[in-house]
Design a protein around this ligand. Structure first.
Ligand SMILES: [Zn+2]
Length: 112
């Protein structure tokens, strides 16, 4: 293309440089986040894992799916104490990650 030839021959031109810069700026957004690779789908808890509701091993539990929903039936009426979620939440209502907590601390410092 004539327009490509007008720029620096090996280096691209202002047009391609612009899109190279856009590519570099946006690639972190579209690349997969760092984390464990090749992990596959999440595995169900093993039979001796502790129940998050009562703390008993999972093999002591029954599952009732008569009503269309699978209901976990614990072997005891005892329940683990609820976790105290006093940390800030992210935009999805989940406990905020460390990066967001850092931003919140910075914002509080500037507000004073
Ligand atoms: Zn349980």
């Amino acid at each position: 293309m004539a327009r490509d030839a007008a720029g620096r021959p090996d280096d691209g031109n202002a047009f391609t440089h612009f899109f190279d810069r856009v590519d570099r700026a946006l690639s972190p957004v579209f690349e997969s986040p760092p984390g464990p690779q090749n992990e596959g789908p999440q595995q169900p808890p093993s039979a001796d894992a502790a129940c998050p509701v009562c703390g008993h091993p999972m093999f002591e539990h029954r599952f009732d799916n008569d009503a269309g929903n699978v209901i976990l039936i614990c072997p005891t009426a005892d329940r683990l104490p609820e976790r105290n979620e006093s940390t800030p939440f992210n935009e999805l209502g989940m406990p905020a990650d460390e990066r967001r907590l850092e931003k919140i601390r910075e914002r509080e410092l500037h507000a004073k």
